[in-house]
Design a protein around this ligand. Structure first.
Ligand SMILES: [Zn+2]
Length: 176
């Protein structure tokens, strides 16, 4: 079965505040989580990057995200309940504008409360890569995109230019 299409920047669905999940353990919910997982893995296989996806990116305005950092995890109704004052600065990317990179600041560590597909409540402490990934995906279910978090407009660039000028270059420290 073909994977769902990933909505692109400009699609108004990406700007909606998503609705909480209220019914758990349903076939419909399992199918949706499975769609998110397959879409993530398909994107990663085709593009060589990708660790997370949010339901609105496949056109479903519900508060569901799926991440695969060290292991696959579906988070329903995720909420950031605490965060470090310390921030990290990093180049972020997104399936909804895969050709762009955006420099953003994120909290170094966060605490997230969420429910699993059965509705059980969990608390997760995340640092570094998982922390910034969850902040990115939780923004999605609130209609917020990484470009909204750009340090300024100079820090929205094409991925191709990042590869050319910044990735392996001494320019990164001084120019950006
Ligand atoms: Zn994204």
């Amino acid at each position: 079965m073909p994977v769902p299409e990933i909505l692109q920047l400009g699609n108004p669905i990406l700007r909606q505040k998503c609705a909480p999940v209220k019914s758990f353990g349903t076939e419909c919910l399992n199918a949706l989580v499975s769609d998110l997982r397959e879409t993530l893995y398909d994107f990663k296989e085709r593009n060589g990057f990708g660790r997370g996806i949010a339901a609105p990116q496949i056109g479903v305005t519900e508060r569901i995200i799926f991440v695969h950092a060290d292991q696959p995890l579906a988070l329903l109704n995720p909420v950031i309940t605490a965060h470090s004052r310390n921030l990290m600065t990093m180049w972020d990317d997104c399936f909804s504008f895969p050709n762009l990179l955006v420099k953003v600041k994120r909290h170094l560590s966060i605490e997230v409360r969420y429910q699993d597909v059965e509705g059980r409540k969990h608390t997760l402490r995340a640092e570094d890569g998982l922390s910034e990934l969850l902040q990115h995906e939780i923004d999605h279910v609130n209609g917020i995109l990484a470009i909204d978090r750009a340090i300024d407009s100079r820090h929205i660039i094409f991925r191709s230019e990042y590869e050319k000028w910044i990735k392996h270059s001494k320019f990164s420290a001084v120019s950006f």
